[in-house]
Design a protein around this ligand. Structure first.
Ligand SMILES: [Zn+2]
Length: 214
Protein backbone atom coordinates (compact mmCIF):
# COMPACT_ATOMS: atom_id res chain seq x y z
CA UNK A 1 0.00 0.00 0.00
CA UNK A 2 2.91 2.34 -0.57
CA UNK A 3 2.42 5.57 -2.45
CA UNK A 4 4.32 5.66 -5.72
CA UNK A 5 7.64 7.28 -5.11
CA UNK A 6 9.29 9.49 -7.75
CA UNK A 7 12.73 8.11 -8.57
CA UNK A 8 15.83 9.97 -7.44
CA UNK A 9 19.38 9.16 -8.49
CA UNK A 10 22.77 9.61 -6.88
CA UNK A 11 24.41 12.75 -8.24
CA UNK A 12 27.83 12.72 -6.55
CA UNK A 13 29.52 10.74 -3.80
CA UNK A 14 32.58 11.84 -1.91
CA UNK A 15 34.49 10.72 1.19
CA UNK A 16 34.70 13.22 4.05
CA UNK A 17 36.54 12.70 7.33
CA UNK A 18 34.44 13.91 10.28
CA UNK A 19 35.68 15.17 13.65
CA UNK A 20 33.30 16.38 16.34
CA UNK A 21 34.09 18.92 19.05
CA UNK A 22 34.52 16.15 21.66
CA UNK A 23 37.22 14.52 19.52
CA UNK A 24 35.15 11.67 18.11
CA UNK A 25 36.20 11.05 14.53
CA UNK A 26 35.02 8.83 11.74
CA UNK A 27 34.80 8.83 7.97
CA UNK A 28 31.63 9.31 5.99
CA UNK A 29 30.75 8.74 2.38
CA UNK A 30 28.49 11.65 1.42
CA UNK A 31 25.87 11.31 -1.27
CA UNK A 32 24.00 14.04 -3.13
CA UNK A 33 21.00 13.40 -5.33
CA UNK A 34 19.08 14.46 -8.40
CA UNK A 35 15.31 14.25 -8.48
CA UNK A 36 14.39 14.80 -4.81
CA UNK A 37 10.77 15.97 -4.77
CA UNK A 38 11.19 19.24 -2.89
CA UNK A 39 14.32 20.37 -4.73
CA UNK A 40 16.25 20.94 -1.49
CA UNK A 41 19.84 19.81 -0.97
CA UNK A 42 19.40 16.81 1.34
CA UNK A 43 22.42 14.64 2.14
CA UNK A 44 23.01 10.99 2.95
CA UNK A 45 26.03 10.04 5.06
CA UNK A 46 27.09 6.39 4.73
CA UNK A 47 28.86 5.43 7.96
CA UNK A 48 30.70 2.29 8.99
CA UNK A 49 30.49 -0.86 6.90
CA UNK A 50 27.41 -0.64 4.72
CA UNK A 51 28.63 -3.19 2.19
CA UNK A 52 27.63 -6.17 4.29
CA UNK A 53 31.08 -7.69 3.72
CA UNK A 54 32.76 -6.94 7.04
CA UNK A 55 32.44 -9.01 10.18
CA UNK A 56 30.70 -6.19 12.05
CA UNK A 57 28.46 -5.20 9.19
CA UNK A 58 24.79 -5.09 9.94
CA UNK A 59 22.63 -7.12 7.61
CA UNK A 60 20.00 -4.45 8.01
CA UNK A 61 21.56 -0.97 7.98
CA UNK A 62 20.79 1.40 10.83
CA UNK A 63 19.26 4.60 9.45
CA UNK A 64 18.71 7.90 11.21
CA UNK A 65 16.54 10.47 9.43
CA UNK A 66 17.79 13.67 11.10
CA UNK A 67 16.00 16.93 10.44
CA UNK A 68 18.30 19.91 10.16
CA UNK A 69 18.55 22.14 13.22
CA UNK A 70 21.01 24.94 12.61
CA UNK A 71 20.93 26.23 16.18
CA UNK A 72 21.29 22.80 17.78
CA UNK A 73 23.46 20.94 15.25
CA UNK A 74 25.96 23.73 14.58
CA UNK A 75 25.83 26.12 17.54
CA UNK A 76 25.05 23.73 20.38
CA UNK A 77 21.79 25.43 21.35
CA UNK A 78 20.52 24.03 24.61
CA UNK A 79 16.88 24.68 23.72
CA UNK A 80 16.59 21.31 22.02
CA UNK A 81 18.47 18.01 21.97
CA UNK A 82 19.30 17.89 18.26
CA UNK A 83 23.07 18.39 18.59
CA UNK A 84 23.64 15.51 21.04
CA UNK A 85 21.21 13.33 19.09
CA UNK A 86 23.14 13.94 15.89
CA UNK A 87 26.46 13.21 17.59
CA UNK A 88 25.10 9.99 19.13
CA UNK A 89 23.54 8.88 15.85
CA UNK A 90 26.76 9.27 13.86
CA UNK A 91 28.70 7.06 16.27
CA UNK A 92 25.99 4.44 16.67
CA UNK A 93 25.53 4.15 12.91
CA UNK A 94 29.31 4.05 12.29
CA UNK A 95 29.57 1.20 14.81
CA UNK A 96 27.16 -1.08 12.96
CA UNK A 97 26.96 0.34 9.43
CA UNK A 98 24.20 2.46 8.00
CA UNK A 99 23.11 5.90 6.91
CA UNK A 100 22.44 9.26 8.45
CA UNK A 101 19.96 11.12 6.27
CA UNK A 102 20.39 14.84 6.87
CA UNK A 103 17.06 16.38 5.94
CA UNK A 104 16.84 20.11 5.26
CA UNK A 105 13.59 20.65 7.11
CA UNK A 106 14.47 23.08 9.84
CA UNK A 107 12.14 23.65 12.78
CA UNK A 108 9.86 20.67 12.15
CA UNK A 109 9.58 21.84 8.56
CA UNK A 110 8.51 25.45 9.20
CA UNK A 111 11.93 27.01 8.55
CA UNK A 112 14.58 28.73 10.61
CA UNK A 113 13.01 32.18 11.04
CA UNK A 114 9.62 30.68 11.89
CA UNK A 115 11.33 28.38 14.41
CA UNK A 116 12.81 31.40 16.14
CA UNK A 117 9.40 33.12 16.02
CA UNK A 118 8.05 30.01 17.74
CA UNK A 119 10.81 30.24 20.37
CA UNK A 120 9.61 33.77 21.14
CA UNK A 121 6.07 32.47 21.61
CA UNK A 122 7.38 29.67 23.81
CA UNK A 123 9.08 32.29 25.97
CA UNK A 124 5.58 33.73 26.36
CA UNK A 125 4.27 30.39 27.65
CA UNK A 126 3.26 28.19 24.71
CA UNK A 127 4.81 24.77 24.19
CA UNK A 128 6.72 23.89 21.02
CA UNK A 129 3.67 22.45 19.25
CA UNK A 130 1.22 25.17 20.34
CA UNK A 131 3.65 27.81 19.13
CA UNK A 132 3.81 26.30 15.63
CA UNK A 133 0.02 26.23 15.46
CA UNK A 134 -0.20 29.84 16.67
CA UNK A 135 2.04 30.79 13.74
CA UNK A 136 -0.34 29.14 11.27
CA UNK A 137 1.67 25.96 10.81
CA UNK A 138 0.87 22.36 11.62
CA UNK A 139 2.29 20.98 14.85
CA UNK A 140 4.82 19.04 12.81
CA UNK A 141 5.30 19.56 9.07
CA UNK A 142 8.17 17.15 8.58
CA UNK A 143 7.85 14.89 5.55
CA UNK A 144 10.04 11.85 4.94
CA UNK A 145 9.38 11.43 1.20
CA UNK A 146 12.90 12.53 0.32
CA UNK A 147 14.30 10.09 2.90
CA UNK A 148 12.53 7.23 1.15
CA UNK A 149 13.73 8.53 -2.23
CA UNK A 150 17.34 8.65 -1.01
CA UNK A 151 17.19 5.11 0.37
CA UNK A 152 15.80 3.84 -2.93
CA UNK A 153 18.50 5.69 -4.89
CA UNK A 154 21.15 4.12 -2.66
CA UNK A 155 19.71 0.66 -3.28
CA UNK A 156 19.01 0.14 0.41
CA UNK A 157 16.54 -2.62 1.28
CA UNK A 158 15.02 -3.15 4.72
CA UNK A 159 16.31 -0.82 7.45
CA UNK A 160 16.36 -0.39 11.21
CA UNK A 161 15.32 3.17 12.12
CA UNK A 162 17.25 5.01 14.85
CA UNK A 163 14.57 7.26 16.37
CA UNK A 164 12.22 7.70 19.29
CA UNK A 165 9.51 9.01 16.97
CA UNK A 166 7.07 6.36 15.69
CA UNK A 167 5.74 8.89 13.17
CA UNK A 168 9.01 8.63 11.22
CA UNK A 169 8.71 4.86 11.04
CA UNK A 170 5.05 5.05 10.02
CA UNK A 171 5.69 7.63 7.30
CA UNK A 172 8.60 5.61 5.90
CA UNK A 173 6.42 2.50 5.89
CA UNK A 174 3.70 4.34 3.96
CA UNK A 175 6.38 5.40 1.48
CA UNK A 176 7.35 1.80 0.82
CA UNK A 177 10.40 1.52 3.09
CA UNK A 178 10.47 -1.76 5.00
CA UNK A 179 11.40 -1.05 8.62
CA UNK A 180 12.38 -4.14 10.58
CA UNK A 181 12.99 -2.38 13.88
CA UNK A 182 12.82 1.02 15.58
CA UNK A 183 15.91 1.54 17.72
CA UNK A 184 15.55 4.24 20.43
CA UNK A 185 18.04 7.07 20.81
CA UNK A 186 19.19 8.57 24.08
CA UNK A 187 17.33 11.55 25.51
CA UNK A 188 19.61 14.45 26.31
CA UNK A 189 18.30 16.59 29.13
CA UNK A 190 19.59 20.04 29.99
CA UNK A 191 18.02 22.80 32.13
CA UNK A 192 17.19 24.79 28.99
CA UNK A 193 15.49 21.99 27.08
CA UNK A 194 13.47 20.35 29.87
CA UNK A 195 10.22 22.03 28.79
CA UNK A 196 10.84 21.12 25.16
CA UNK A 197 11.48 17.48 26.01
CA UNK A 198 8.45 17.39 28.31
CA UNK A 199 6.28 18.69 25.46
CA UNK A 200 7.69 16.04 23.15
CA UNK A 201 7.15 13.30 25.73
CA UNK A 202 3.58 14.36 26.48
CA UNK A 203 2.41 14.10 22.90
CA UNK A 204 0.37 10.98 22.32
CA UNK A 205 2.56 9.14 19.86
CA UNK A 206 5.74 9.58 21.79
CA UNK A 207 7.09 7.16 24.36
CA UNK A 208 7.27 8.72 27.81
CA UNK A 209 9.45 6.07 29.42
CA UNK A 210 12.61 6.73 27.47
CA UNK A 211 15.96 6.23 29.15
CA UNK A 212 17.56 9.48 30.28
CA UNK A 213 21.18 10.07 29.40
CA UNK A 214 23.21 12.77 31.25
ZN1 LIG B 1 16.99 21.39 17.47
Amino acid sequence: MSESLPAATVRTQVTVPLRFSDGYATTARLFTFDGLVDGREHLAFALGDVTGAGERAARVPLVRPHSECLTGDVFGSQRCDCGPQLREAVQRIADVGGYLLYLRQEGRGIGLYAKLDAYALQDAGLDTYEANVALGHDEDERDYTVAAQMLAALGVGPIAVLSNNPEKTEQLGRLGVRVTEQVPTGVFLSPANADYLAAKASRAARAADLPFVR
